[in-house]
Design a protein around this ligand. Structure first.
Ligand code: TNX
Length: 553
């Protein structure tokens, strides 16, 4: 009797133990994974993570890994400088396979290779190696996502060799904090979720018609008054029924610096956007002299494209912009600065004496491809490009910046499909693909609109749709032109998204689908296989306490 009882316990224990195994089927899928499931290394509490503790960055990543292992499994590891004691070893290494004679020229490693890593599990534990700190962080995320979720005494890590690097250098996500304001804590959560998916560029949409949310110290009224709209339109359309509740909020420069720091610790760069010369009602409300008509201008209480924009002929406009971009550069170290440039109707400029005088002065003529007004916008972009260059930065603009001709160093973010991106790549400009039909996650993810919260309507952007996107558009671009494509970005516009729960629901699991577009090569991608790997990732969403759409179409 007693032995039967013991056998039962033993069997139960065995099946329990065998369930607590790591599984390297993570999202985004690493470039190469060779696993031998017959052998495991067993990870237990009290074991060590070794790293060079003179290196502050490495210590931080080791600390994250320690925290993630405990969060997922309850297993408590120790940080130790002693390699021999440790189960997990994190180390920087010299570039592999570069031992060549001095006379032989070797191409320097690409940015993608510099983000790469190897992760090996064998009888002596886990060895993580990378050329750069960022690679160690990515590897730690992969190990984290491989863990089983749930309290356990030990985890069996099957022997494996993972060699990984991303496909694209720019793997972005936009959050619109102008239409609705999200707190610093929510943005940090957003950044954590990005890091979980291997993203590295947080595009922060800080200003728009419905609110100016970046503190400019030398123009204090800009944020204090330009951030507040008197009311907000109700419902998905523009029925002009309002809630009559004032709405506001802005980020102090200290808030911004905190976000930059938090993101950098997770190897994410923050690309700030000040949208100009359109989408400027927040600023025009405070400085009506910067508009063509002199106003008054309300901070917009409804959505859509506004006719009123910054005056292109008033010299004060450029002074204003340089003040704003100057402070922006002080706060954000990003080598990319986004200047918007989208949806700037030219109705006012066509009628405005100042704009027309400037067009005269600059000698801008319709050349059959670019109207004088569009060229005036290019003139503003050029001035800002020079200004940013003096601070060591490059500008990104939405694809409308093509309309008046691209400035020399402009990077184009293609949103109205891939057309603008293709055109820019053909002109040998750098491009980020963010086509609305594949990348606009403000749109519904499910076919049945009634089964999800309110969204921007008109078309569905499902996980499978996102997953099917090929950013290099090989039908339209030569191999050389394809090299201009820096990467891909998903955009979460928030006209209809007022609360963090809703934002995460819009984001997930669509970011997972996007992450494989950003990280994986096309021959590696398979939607059914992605679906099979997704539930394990969703356990981490649950652990993080973020909302997500439980249905995948
Ligand atoms: C277009 S994308 C916009 C945004 C809106 C979005 C809604 C872009 C450059 N402009 O201002 O929020 O559509 O989907």
């Amino acid at each position: 009797m007693r032995s039967i009882f013991l056998t039962c316990i033993l069997l139960a224990g065995m099946s329990w133990a065998s369930a607590q195994r790591a599984n390297y089927d993570v999202v985004p899928q690493p470039k190469s994974v060779r696993t031998d499931t017959a052998q495991v290394f067993t990870l237990r509490s009290g074991m060590g993570i070794a790293f060079d503790n003179n290196d502050a960055e490495l210590s931080r990543t080791a600390g994250f890994l320690c925290q993630w292992v405990e969060e997922a499994t309850g297993i408590r590891l120790m940080l130790t400088p002693d390699d021999k004691q440790a189960a997990i070893r994190l180390a920087l290494e010299a570039p592999a396979g570069r031992k060549v004679r001095k006379s032989v020229k070797v191409a320097p490693p690409t940015e993608q290779q510099l983000e790469g890593y190897t992760l090996e599990v064998n009888a002596s534990g886990v060895d993580i190696r990378a050329q750069k700190q960022v690679g160690l962080f990515r590897a730690a995320q992969t190990l984290r996502k491989s863990l089983p979720v749930g309290q356990t005494q030990s985890v069996g890590l099957p022997f494996t060799r993972i060699a990984d690097q991303p496909r694209f250098v720019y793997r972005g996500l936009l959050l619109d904090c102008a239409r609705h304001f999200f707190t610093v804590d929510v943005i940090k959560q957003f950044i954590d979720v990005m890091a979980l998916h291997g993203c590295n560029q947080f595009h922060w949409h800080l200003t728009d018609d419905q609110g100016w949310r970046f503190e400019v110290k030398s123009l204090p009224r800009l944020a204090s008054e330009g951030s507040v709209r008197e009311k907000t339109v109700i419902g998905p359309g523009n029925m002009r029924i309002y809630d009559n509740i004032p709405y506001g909020g802005y980020y102090t420069q200290e808030d911004c610096r905190e976000i930059v720091r938090y993101a950098a610790e997770r190897y994410i760069n923050v690309v700030p956007e000040i949208d100009m010369p359109g989408h400027m009602m927040g600023a025009l409300h405070v400085f009506p002299n910067l508009g063509c008509t002199g106003g008054p201008y309300p901070v917009a209480p409804h959505w859509g494209v506004m006719r009123d924009v910054l005056c292109g002929g008033n010299p004060e406009t450029l002074d204003f912009l340089k003040t704003v971009f100057g402070e922006l550069c002080d706060v954000f170290p990003s080598r990319f600065i986004h200047i918007g440039g989208d949806e700037c109707p030219k109705d006012c400029w066509r009628k405005c004496p100042k704009c027309q005088a400037k067009i005269e002065e600059l000698g801008l003529k319709d050349d059959g491809r670019h109207s004088p007004e569009n060229q005036l916008q290019t003139y503003l972009n050029h001035e800002i490009e020079q200004f940013l260059a003096s601070r060591g930065r490059s500008l990104i603009g939405w694809d409308e910046i093509l309309a008046g001709g691209l400035t020399e160093d402009a990077i184009v973010m293609s949103w109205r499909g891939t057309k603008g991106g293709i055109e820019a790549a053909k002109q040998h400009h750098r491009v980020i693909m963010s086509p609305n039909v594949y990348a606009y996650i403000d749109h519904p993810q499910l076919k049945d609109y009634s089964r999800q919260p309110r969204t921007t309507d008109s078309y569905q952007v499902s996980c499978s749709k996102i997953y099917s996107f090929e950013p290099l558009v090989p039908d339209a671009l030569t191999e050389e032109e394809q090299n201009c494509i820096l990467g891909v970005q998903a955009n979460l516009w928030t006209e209809q998204v007022a609360f963090p729960e809703h934002a995460f629901y819009q984001l997930l699991p669509r970011l997972a689908a996007m992450s494989e577009v950003q990280w994986c090569r096309p021959d590696q991608k398979n939607f059914e296989d992605f679906r099979r790997r997704l539930p394990r990732l969703e356990q981490f969403y649950d652990r993080l306490g973020v909302q997500y759409c439980k249905q995948v179409e």
